[in-house]
Design a protein around this ligand. Sequence first.
Ligand code: SF4
Length: 945
Amino acid sequence: MNQTCVALDLETTGLEPKIDEIIEIGAVKFRGDEVIDTFNSLINPRRTVPYRIHLMCGIEQSQLDSSPVFEELAEHLNSFIDGCPIVGHNVSFDLGFLAQKGIMPANAIYDTWELATILLFQQPDYSLSSLAKKLGLSPPQHRALPDAMAAKELLLALFERSLQLDITTIEELIRLSETADWETGRFFREVLKLKAKTAFSPGGGTLTPEGKKEVSLWEKDAGPTLTARAERASLDIEKLSAILEPDGILAQALSGYEHRPGQVHMMQAVAQALNNNEHLIVEAGTGTGKSIAYLLPSTFFAMENSVHLVISTNTINLQEQLIGKDIPDLLRALALGQAPSIKNLRVIQLKGRANYLCLKKYEAMRASSRLSIDEAKLLARITVWLQSTQTGDRAELNLSGSETAAWNKLCAEFDERFGMQCPHRQRDTCFLYRARFAAENAHLIVVNHALLLSVMTPETGVLPHYDHLIIDEAHHLEDEATDQLSSKITQWDLFNYLNQFRNEPGGGLSTGLLHWLDESLRGSTAALSRKRQLKQLGESLDSHIDKAQLHLTTFLDRIRDFVEKQTPDQGDYDRNLLLTWDKRTQPGWSRVETSWEDLNLVLRDIADDLDRVYIALDELEDSTISGYEHLILELSYLFSRSNELRQQIDSLVSQPESDSIYWLSINSQNDSVELSIAPLRVGRVLRDSLFSSKDCVILTGATLSTENHFEYIKDRLGLENINEVLLGTPFDYPGSTMIYLPADIPDPGDARYQQALSDMLTELCRTCRGHTLVLFTSHAALRATQAAIQAPLEQEGILVMGQGVDGSPKQLIAAFKANPESVLLGTASLWEGIDVVGDVLSVLVITRLPFNVPTEPIFAARCKLFDDPFNEYGLPQAAIRFKQGFGRLIRSKDDRGALIIFDKRLQTKRYGPVFLDSIPPCTIVRGSSKELPSAVVKWLEREHN
Ligand code: SF4
């Protein structure tokens, strides 16, 4: 690279330029490999640096207090940067802080994060440290100068990599950047300059994913289409059991294999259910090895009978574990043993349509002369990625939030009109159809619950016909079914929809359909009469959009007015109003209804106009209008969206159904009005659309029962005539787990509760030196606790991190594992989304029993279905949640831990024993809060017996 550039990195007190301060600046001036000069200084922020920042970068407060303030260095920094292109990883963050200090260089910007997302695909994350590790560069150190050096090295590595692209691709990247006025084009122009000089050198053309992708056993050969055996072959359960024996095939092939009686029991139950065409529910606690227990019989059953067997999971983690580890391990072991024919087993992971790139839409968007920056960036990434992807699956791209919106216009979803007679379908290059074809040939098809349950929605036909199904993580099935059948429309969705007709070029969006239509017609060679017709339709749309905006404002005002009159102010919480029949008779509702009628009429007019424009354009020759296909695509999208919005709002306001839940909300964060719909019960739908049509459905998970029976989950999921197996745990809970119940704590409703919780946690975490996960049922309680315990604990070198305050769950779990002298405060997803083996997590605190909020609309509406809603619905639901939280503590047979339940209701209420009866028996200790820390330390230090 022949340009002189400046790589820049800042360390700061936090993430917000308006609130936080710079504490260190590092910059490197370089040309190719040669470092010309460096700039490095600590900056006095005139404030105390948060402990976690000190921990991360190791800068002492005393060092900063004696350093210059930013203003003393500004001029020097400005002249150091001069006119050089500025290089940095996610450099807009650093530039935002400099802008706050009045430094706004107009230099070219080379963002290594952005370039890496284009040039390196299939990366789980694009942090500077991950990329440096991947490419063998110097590791960043959370200090400004070393990180600026790392950004410099990364830029040079990316430049080298981009030289491998062919000239046509580089030109395409430049063209895309110019279409959207996107800064990164300047980098590719530099690449092109050098590339042009070496155009006749050998090499170049295609980028391949970083690292060698392991060849899966099932990727070698798609094989013939499956034809089920006429006569069903039964599994030999004795033979399968022998495979799991201490001296069986798996023990010989897999290092660390353990014989587990619970696993054998489950495998036999699964095999029996498959042989007998029965449904089965199995609870298998952590450590049972349930994946192998169902994979072993499933594999042989699908192979020997030549049938599809579908395995559905809720989380990506489990799908990846099945596809990337458990199935390959099992197949390798079986192939080494006595079942060489198992090599012919074919496995595929199948996803919903929205996950696959639609090539026709990609081509249409590429041909457009109007692209937003997000669209241009995504097209650039796809252009490079298409050279090597076999699947067209968005997971390989690891899309950011803003890219997801652009992806929605490119995925293989909506509008069949667009896909009719598609050449990609005919040429067999369509990713979606290739995935479907592969599924037709596969024995095991791994899906997620969302795709599995798409049988309940219009997205049908993705899965081939199958009769055998295994549902892992089955406790999520009710929520996933609820999600599939639910919808939410916010006021921003509605305004954004109307804005898509009017956005002018340069407004950051490619839409602005009216302007675009007008522009396209001006350059078109279509007949004058057709142009006139389209112009009139455009004018009609224009006037309908004006009317729709007025009616929408009235409609939203009336909803807001109605909700405010019907609900008390909730402070920091959303105002939710369940739309019962009773509420629909209240004063003010008829005003909402009439305003909807007005809005609905004009939205229908808009949809009619769009349809007429579509028909008129469809009759024109493509070549007469620039970006014709993209325009058609946009029209289709707006037309479908209009109908979808109308249908959903109409059902909520005017056509409510007795089996649906409707509610209105005012969002406390942004004051937005929201309209929501959810199914009242999903059990019947699941029974009719899924369970009753299959020969054999096996549901499994670690938390399906309450008080040692399955009645609750069976009722929720509509399960009938089903065999049950409830396996114990392979872990020695009485020997490994102490449950401490403090006797002297206030009730959670008592005003003294929060103070008592904070005092207890401070002492406990100080004594245990962190190693603690604290689970909350509300963000407000989490924040209040963090505010109280953070300073005293951090003074003692114990880091306190809060979910939703200090980062995403993934980032916080990684930080917790890296520094066990930490306290992690979590809500929602951390009740089941954290798996930390060993003594990093030795103490678990459950602050309150996890009852649902009684006013949560879906819960409140479903409660009305029960004679005794608390005991029949609320209590079992909370017990399952409690069991999930409890499961975070002991993750292997060598783990040891203490659980503190800081909710007195467990000890005083009649229902308290339900929670303890839902988990395995542990050693229970009752004592005072004062004795708690020493009791925990004593327990953790005791030898595992
Ligand atoms: S067949 Fe349908 S999904 Fe596939 S490329 Fe064509 S339009 Fe897109």
